[in-house]
Design a protein around this ligand. Structure first.
Ligand code: ZN
Length: 459
């Protein structure tokens, strides 16, 4: 009798591009279908056809709405995937904006620079016609031999871990956990990552498998000090921010600082149409936040809104931001300064010695954000040379991923005789191998960093 297998078609040897296939013989399913991002040759790899028969899997389970987990769903549907897509309701809602935005950028790049498109807006609509939602903690049958329960991963709003129960032809059962990305708990907004019951197989995140973050209290104090200092210097603070979760975290913390009167009231601009749309979704949620945030909401606080906050969705309003005298704070995308409105602000303010550029997210090598972080004195923006005289400051504790210490802790909580194997994925090779070694050395867990395209038996 055939044993179930798992094949890793993406998200191995790299942080991004998660795509895993579980074959149970008569049935099969996929977990995540993400875009490869920020590595050399990513565009070409994203264009390659899927290496497996996409018409066979009956289901695709989506862990959360980041593009490196959802970015290739419309391409999969276009290629013939006719199964059902499952996620939490929040992941579905956020994905609609994320995928529409990605298709819009692709259309622009296609028109302006002749870049081939991965899919079009029709493929995006088709994907959503196949999409169903499952809430946390509801044991849900999917097809004969497979049921699933979702747990909160605490990574971004709606992020989930999938706990599958596979019933084999022999009647025996096997359990499998796909963590997706695991949150950097405690987060400003979300509850902590849930611990899960005893399980046979785990497929887990390892982005920060070899590094630890500064703790929450430290990062918050640093953020407050930087803002206070920049305002005292009467300069502008520019924050390149990811539109999903990071922007909302920054707004929430600014809101608290302003209410607690730890910083003076200065104009704050949220200059990103996508971030504004996503913040609207975050505003409608109450029950999925951590208890502190829920208390704020029940106490009547509009947690993403405060005096002098301006949302500049229209490009005309964006272009007028510089007319507002300093000090002021500008939050804009993209988070690594690779595109978007942040570039206009950087071109204008980087030559200003009173300005502060605050980097609060991961800056991939090769990005403008990384060049600035590494201390470049002259950079090129929109084909113009720009002198860098502004202060460049990094706070790395705002990462949305668990660090090495907490990844170990997560596994330790479900370690027992049932645990057969941990597949360490979604990290650069160095991080994945380091975590694999640590799981082995500290917990005596059978851990391995799988190879792309190789079939692993789940015995
Ligand atoms: Zn993520």
């Amino acid at each position: 009798m055939k044993k179930p297998t798992i094949t890793f078609w993406g998200g191995v040897g790299a942080v991004t591009g998660a795509n895993f296939l579980v074959d149970m013989g008569a049935h099969s399913f996929l977990v995540d279908c993400g875009m490869l991002q920020g590595v050399h040759g990513a565009d070409a790899q994203n264009r390659e056809p899927f290496a497996y028969d996409v018409s066979k899997p009956e289901a695709l389970f989506i862990t959360h709405a980041h593009i490196d987990h959802i970015g290739k769903i419309p391409k999969l549907v276009h290629a013939g995937f006719a199964g059902t897509i499952y996620s939490t309701p929040e992941t579905k809602a956020l994905s609609e904006f994320m995928l529409a935005d990605a298709a819009h950028i692709m259309e622009f790049e296609h028109k302006e620079h002749g870049k081939p498109m991965l899919y079009n807006t029709d493929d995006v609509s088709k994907a959503f016609s196949q999409w169903k939602t499952i809430s946390y903690h509801k044991q849900t049958p999917i097809f004969e031999g497979l049921s699933v329960e979702l747990y909160d991963a605490g990574h971004i709003l709606g992020s989930s871990m999938y706990y599958f129960t596979l019933t084999l032809e022999s009647g025996e059962t096997r359990t499998m956990l796909f963590t997706g990305d695991l949150g950097n708990s405690p987060s400003a907004l979300l509850p902590d990552t849930e611990y899960v019951p005893s399980v046979n197989y785990v497929v887990m995140d390892s982005v920060y498998g070899d590094r630890n973050h500064e703790p929450k209290t430290e990062r918050e104090a640093k953020f407050k000090d930087i803002i206070t200092d920049a305002i005292a210097r009467k300069g502008v603070v520019i924050i390149p921010a990811f539109s999903l979760e990071r922007t909302q975290t920054i707004l929430y913390e600014l809101n608290n600082m302003i209410e607690d009167k730890v910083i003076p009231l200065v104009p704050v601009f949220l200059d990103s149409p996508l971030a504004i749309r996503l913040t609207n979704i975050y505003e409608k949620i109450v029950t999925l936040y951590n208890s502190d945030v829920q208390k704020d909401i029940h106490g009547g606080d509009d947690i993403y809104n405060f005096p002098k906050l301006k949302m500049t969705a229209k490009s005309d309003d964006s272009r007028r931001i510089h007319l507002t005298p300093d000090p002021k704070i500008i939050i804009a995308g993209s988070g690594m300064s690779t595109a978007g409105r942040i570039l206009h602000h950087e071109a204008m303010y980087l030559p200003d010695p009173n300005a502060t550029l605050l980097l609060m997210g991961y800056q991939a090598s090769g990005s403008l954000g990384r060049e600035l972080q590494d201390g470049a004195k002259i950079v090129t923006i929109h084909d113009q040379q720009v002198q860098v005289k502004a202060r460049i400051i990094t706070i790395d504790g705002y990462s949305a991923h668990k660090d090495s210490e907490h990844l170990i802790d997560f596994v330790e909580h479900m370690q027992d005789d049932n645990l057969r194997k941990v597949f360490v994925v979604m990290g650069e090779p160095k991080a994945s191998l380091f975590l694999t070694q640590r799981l082995h050395d500290y917990l005596s867990v059978n851990a391995l960093a799988p190879e792309k395209g190789r079939v692993y038996e789940l015995d």
